[in-house]
Design a protein around this ligand. Structure first.
Ligand SMILES: [Cu+2]
Length: 310
């Protein structure tokens, strides 16, 4: 399910405000480009993949009857272990796979998939959880009849290790870098610079690992996305990260409303560069920030490259 905001003008045509540099919030939140759709589900387990398609809104998904999700994946990969959670917060481009077992509900049951996270501007969410209302309901599940279900029982899935995390000690950090995500004259910068496609800001060496620290301030939220290999969050504000960070990630929320009602001014992650030489971007995935011009380019090089490690 792809969650995207859409703006409409007075004629009912879709509209994009090119003068809005904060971030676009729609007057409708859609699921797979439909406004308030419904989905008939059989009395069996379903696996759903959620993607926050923005362009700028963060979402926090939950079910209206309080049923918890069994979350099995994050960004691109299975988690080390399944997590049982009441709600899931996603910044733009973040993903989550969940299992919901509808066999626990009688036929005819209606359950809403909701986004109750308050967000009033493109700057980022307030972090407050709104009461359930017509506005927070994105999609209606309607439970229909029985269906065979040959999949493993959930209890078995929850108890097993799915994909263990790579051991950081096996590839120690050779270099630390700092990336500051900021604003300058209404545009968006990384380490004080607007994106310049001719500039390469880092040359990690193939096969090595680095520690990158992201900083953010000023009441803005940024979902930061790295291309190439998935990373591990080491700390948020120098503290051990929460459960949903402890997995392979390629998008991470920093700044305003990153988690709970609080912001994250500083996040440190561990990233390996094991395969493929060449150029990759890192950018804010609030698409408006990305376009104006919160992005850098890094290049993975062999150890004998003249720029290696710069
Ligand atoms: Cu941003």
């Amino acid at each position: 399910m792809l969650f995207t905001d859409k703006l409409f003008d007075y004629t009912g045509q879709m509209f994009f405000d090119t003068f809005n540099l904060e971030g676009i919030l729609g007057d409708q939140q859609t699921v797979n480009f439909k406004i308030k759709p419904y989905l008939e589900v059989k009395r069996r387990k379903y696996r759903f993949r959620f993607l926050d398609g923005g362009p700028s809104r963060y979402i926090e998904l939950s079910l209206s009857n309080g049923t918890k999700f069994v979350r099995i994946a994050n960004c691109g990969n299975l988690l080390p272990k399944a997590q049982i959670v009441k709600s899931i917060r996603l910044g733009v481009a973040e993903r989550a796979d969940v299992i919901v077992d509808f066999s626990q509900f009688p036929a005819g049951t209606e359950i809403y998939l909701e986004n109750r996270l308050e967000q009033v501007s493109g700057k980022g969410p307030t972090g407050k959880i709104l009461p359930s209302s017509d506005k927070t309901k994105l999609l209606k599940f309607i439970v229909t009849d029985d269906a065979p279900d040959n999949s493993a029982p959930l209890a078995q899935l929850i108890s097993q290790v799915m994909v263990p995390m790579p051991k950081r000690a096996a590839n120690p950090v050779v270099r630390k870098r700092n990336w500051s995500f900021d604003t300058s004259n209404g545009a968006w910068t990384v380490n004080g610079q607007l994106f310049d496609p001719t500039v390469i800001s880092a040359y990690p060496v193939e096969g090595t690992a680095e520690e990158w620290t992201f900083r953010s301030g000023g009441g803005w939220g940024h979902p930061i996305h790295t291309h190439h290999e998935e990373f591990q969050v080491i700390s948020r504000n120098d503290k051990f990260p929460a459960e949903d960070d402890l997995s392979r990630k390629d998008v991470v929320r920093i700044g305003q409303g990153a988690q709970g009602t609080s912001g994250t001014g500083k996040l440190t992650m561990y990233m390996q560069f094991r395969d493929w030489y060449g150029d990759y971007p890192m950018h804010c995935h609030n698409v408006v920030h990305e376009d104006h011009s919160m992005m850098i380019r890094f290049k993975i090089v062999p150890s004998d490259d003249p720029n290696a490690g710069k």
